[in-house]
Design a protein around this ligand. Structure first.
Ligand SMILES: NC(=O)c1ccc[n+]([C@@H]2O[C@H](COP(=O)([O-])OP(=O)(O)OC[C@H]3O[C@@H](n4cnc5c(N)ncnc54)[C@H](O)[C@@H]3O)[C@@H](O)[C@H]2O)c1
Length: 335
């Protein structure tokens, strides 16, 4: 596939580095409104650099794009790529509000596009195995889910200015909770702490419950306030409890602990570890799945419907925090 990456910040540069080495892809170009970032990645990977996506799409013969711009700049490149009939991988989340997300979903459908959405937990072997076990009835009927996602204040410094804790971070666990539970989400109740994030209209920490239509429940806890020196850069957990068993996933370091003169760390081995110069982990497997499925004409690992459901729960949590009352999850088309 002749492929390009739009948005070469933290995650888009990783997309580009992975795709440049992919045996089934030719990385043709990268694009960033900060042209120096695009030129740096392009220089390193031997492809062309563009400062705007319209010029890129007009100039290059492409089969596919990945779009890793901030979600407030996701709609225009996504629709332009869909209009050209390209295969598309969109970074999550899909937009800043549920109304934006519904507009994007409607526009993609109108173009006949079926983009992949990069919820990378699906490509973490532990979560993939949990999905299989739950789907085969290996834990009986799900009763309760617990998910934790604790980042450091580096998250506030980088992300709170243009996104928020629920949309950028907890949405991964929300989307997975919806995947492994049988019934649709109905109602949430959420409480937030707002201190360092007050200038950004975001939350420092959120604790939320979610009730499913079959009576199962989920509990979520998330924050991005810990000092940057926390041993695991991200401290996640996901526990799925059923009436016939459970699956418990803890951490992102897969058990490795490192003590050196610089201190004690538990490096990320789950999300995008770079080993021998190659990007691995869930990000690599997710991009691989995108390429394989796009080439085979198969539906994406995670598509618009699943992504939209998670966005609807995020939206309900934000409404619950604002009103200090339980909020009903808005089903698709009920805006
Ligand atoms: N799936 C995951 O696990 C994962 C991980 C990290 C980030 N993300 C998502 O990826 C997105 C980007 O996050 P990031 O950490 O890379 O942010 P970032 O700020 O590091 O990078 C975003 C880049 O997009 C560029 N940009 C902005 N508008 C653009 C436009 N119209 N056209 C081209 N380039 C444009 C910016 O100049 C910047 O370089 C966010 O939505 C984030 O939630 C997903």
């Amino acid at each position: 596939m002749r492929i390009a990456v739009i948005g070469t910040g933290l995650i888009g540069a990783l997309h580009a580095r992975f795709l440049a080495r992919h045996p089934a892809c030719t990385l043709v170009a990268v694009c960033d409104t900060d042209i120096e970032k695009a030129q740096q990645v392009a220089g390193e990977l031997g492809c062309r650099a563009y400062g705007d996506f319209e010029t890129l799409l007009a100039a290059e013969q492409l089969d596919a794009v990945t779009i890793a711009t901030p979600e407030s700049h996701r709609f225009e490149p996504a629709v332009a790529a869909a209009h050209r009939g390209l295969k598309i991988l969109l970074e999550k989340p899909l937009g800043r509000t549920l109304a934006d997300v519904d507009r994007l979903v409607a526009a993609m459908r109108a173009e006949g596009a079926d983009p992949a959405v990069n919820f990378i937990l699906h490509a973490d072997p532990r979560f993939a195995r949990m999905k299989e076990i739950a789907a085969m009835g290996g834990i009986g009927r799900p009763v309760s889910t617990f998910a934790r996602r604790r980042g450091t204040r580096l998250g506030i410094e980088k992300y709170a200015q243009w996104t928020d804790l629920l949309s950028s971070t907890l949405i991964h666990d929300i989307e997975m909770a919806l995947t492994v539970n049988a019934a649709p989400p109905e109602r949430v109740y959420a409480e937030a702490v707002v201190r360092a994030c007050a200038p950004y209209g975001s939350h420092d920490a959120v604790v939320a419950t979610l009730r499913f239509a079959d009576g199962a429940v989920a509990l979520f806890e998330t924050s991005w306030v810990l000092p940057p020196g926390q041993p695991e850069p991200l401290d996640p957990a996901f526990h799925l409890i059923g009436d016939g068993g459970s699956v418990v996933i803890e951490g992102s370091s897969m058990g490795i602990r490192v003590l050196s003169e610089q201190g004690y760390t538990q490096p990320d081995m789950a999300h995008w570890p770079i080993i021998d110069g190659s990007i691995g982990g869930a990000l690599a497997r997710s991009l691989d799945a995108f390429v394989d499925r796009a080439r085979a004409g198969l539906p994406p690992l995670v598509g618009l419907d699943q992504a939209r459901s998670a966005e609807a729960v995020v939206d309900a949590m934000k409404r619950s925090i604002a009103t200090q009352a339980p909020a009903t999850v808005r089903a698709g088309g009920s805006m």
